[in-house]
Write a protein that binds this ligand. Structure first.
Ligand SMILES: Nc1nc2c(ncn2[C@@H]2O[C@H](COP(=O)(O)OP(=O)(O)OP(=O)(O)O)[C@@H](O)[C@H]2O)c(=O)[nH]1
Ligand SMILES: *[C@@H]1O[C@H](CO)[C@@H](O)[C@H](O)[C@H]1NC(C)=O
Ligand SMILES: *[C@@H]1O[C@H](CO)[C@@H](O)[C@H](O)[C@H]1NC(C)=O
Ligand SMILES: *[C@@H]1O[C@H](CO)[C@@H](O)[C@H](O)[C@H]1NC(C)=O
Ligand SMILES: *[C@@H]1O[C@H](CO)[C@@H](O)[C@H](O)[C@H]1NC(C)=O
Ligand SMILES: [Mg+2]
Length: 414
């Protein structure tokens, strides 16, 4: 009964706050001493884990520090982590949060912004807030950011989905995947919780972060006039975007003033192979399918909120390709970034070790291991940067970085 009472109390604390500075000044838990008692196996099976973990706190030394946490931001930038995630991905979320917190954010306490198309569970909020060093906020995505627009013909859409499914295109039959891609293409930066920030670092559940982040990447971006940062670049499945390039090209032909003079267009248009063993990309359009893999991004939200980008997104959206095809946010972002920004505004984070299964890359420089505490428990030979389908050599060529290409040659000689 006491346990039930505690649970109710705790739950009511959760419900009453939407921004989680939870239990910050509350003494509810430390004051409760539960009595040690033996529990039979049957009783045990009737009690869920959550009750067990919070019912016996008698092992805690009563130092009073366990339930207070100073979440005041230390880092100087107007920035947040952004994670679109399902309740069912709680554990994978905690795991990557823990890595990012331990290797970077603990010293900066940047806030985390969680978005979802359904409400987050109390458990999700409690545990993610527990891992975070900074403030956490949980937002529901408004229906108009996550639904099928009027201009989409439902019959054509269904037909297209069935066709994609028949052809075995990855996530080709999924409606929610399409909402996710469209949301990350055109809406995440306009969600009300995101409006107060200038910078975001996108995080996905189930990813890994391998090295200490010994400087503030947001400050780096601001001071060096960077707008967008990436880690991995690979080609997109052409089946998912058969008309994307032609649509984008049509847009830019009609809006030539949107093109940056020193842009990185060559990075996405050059179909030649850079390394001897590179795959030759045989796409039907002019687009070589290379994109910045968007499950990791550090970027400036104001670029996406600019008139340029919004006009571009709206033009694409009205063509219906997010539904009739399966346009991903990665190529949609990449085409915009490489056409509308100068090359120097896009940054490859060569010092970041990162994995989104099945691909990963670890830094290649000595310092990352001697002082950066990189722990890359992966086979170096499978590093995506050195695979024939990595687009990174093209970025080094057209974005102006050659040294790792040389490293690759040396690797080949070994
Ligand atoms: N709330 C919510 N989040 C979603 C939904 N679909 C995808 N996401 C999130 O959007 C991000 C991208 O989705 P993923 O399923 O990882 O897509 P992906 O990275 O292309 O594919 P995987 O190889 O399966 O990881 C992840 O952070 C997911 O948690 C959804 O229907 N609801
Ligand atoms: C919380 O942390 C901030 C930033 O480090 C610091 O300025 C402030 O004094 C701390 N507050 C308390 C109550 O310790
Ligand atoms: C952070 O950036 C957003 C978007 O540019 C802006 O509206 C907000 O005023 C900024 N906040 C601070 C504290 O500078
Ligand atoms: C960034 O841009 C500002 C304004 O255009 C300029 O003054 C500054 O020198 C640039 N900084 C770098 C590192 O390029
Ligand atoms: C790109 O660089 C050119 C020349 O340096 C400059 O005039 C232009 O404003 C820049 N464009 C953007 C989008 O930064
Ligand atoms: Mg993913």
């Amino acid at each position: 009964m006491i346990v039930g009472g505690i649970l109710c109390l705790i739950v009511s604390v959760f419900i009453s706050s939407s921004s989680y500075d939870f239990l910050g000044s509350s003494n509810i838990i430390p004051n409760i001493k539960s009595e040690a008692k033996s529990i039979s196996d049957t009783e045990m099976n009737n009690i869920d884990d959550e009750v067990l973990t919070i019912s016996d706190l008698s092992f805690l030394p009563d130092t009073g520090i366990y339930h207070t946490k100073n979440r005041t931001q230390i880092g100087n930038e107007n920035a947040t982590f952004y994670i679109l995630v399902r309740n069912s991905e709680l554990q994978e979320t905690l795991k990557i949060m823990r890595e990012i917190e331990d290797r970077f954010n603990k010293q900066y306490r940047y806030p985390w912004t969680f978005l979802n198309d359904v409400p987050f569970t109390e458990e999700f909020k409690r545990l993610t807030t527990g891992i975070a060093s900074g403030k956490t906020e949980y937002g529901l995505i408004p229906t108009n950011f996550w639904s099928i627009p009027d201009f989409i013909d439902e019959n054509v859409f269904e037909e297209a989905r069935n066709d994609y499914e028949r052809r075995g295109v990855i996530y080709g039959g999924s409606i929610s995947y399409r909402h996710m891609c469209r949301f990350n293409s055109g809406f995440f930066f306009r969600h009300e919780l995101m409006l107060k920030y200038e910078w975001y670092w996108r995080v996905e559940p189930g990813t890994r972060f391998y090295c200490d982040q010994n400087y503030d990447p947001f400050t780096f971006m601001r001071e060096n006039n960077k707008t967008y940062g990436f880690v991995i670049s690979i080609p997109e499945y052409e089946d998912t975007i058969p008309t994307l390039w032609d649509t984008a090209e049509e847009f830019f032909n009609a809006n030539k003033n949107f093109l940056a003079s020193n842009n990185a267009a060559q990075f996405i248009l050059d179909k030649s192979t850079v390394r001897p063993d590179d795959y030759y990309v045989q796409s039907k359009s002019k687009y070589n399918l290379c994109h910045f893999w968007s499950n990791f991004e550090i970027g400036n939200l104001n670029f996406f909120r600019s008139e340029l980008y919004l006009k571009y997104f709206d033009f694409l959206d009205k063509r219906g390709g997010f539904f009739y095809e399966r346009w991903g946010d990665a190529p949609v972002h990449t085409i915009a970034l490489t056409m509308m920004l100068n090359r120097s505004e896009i940054h490859h984070f060569a010092d970041i070790g990162y994995k989104h299964p099945p691909y990963y890359r670890c830094p290649h420089d000595e310092a990352s291991y001697s002082s950066g505490r990189c722990y890359c428990d992966e086979n170096p030979a499978s590093n995506i940067d050195f695979q024939p389908f990595s687009c990174l050599p093209k970025w080094w060529l057209h974005g102006g970085r050659h040294f790792l290409y040389k490293y690759h040659d040396e690797l080949l000689l070994m």
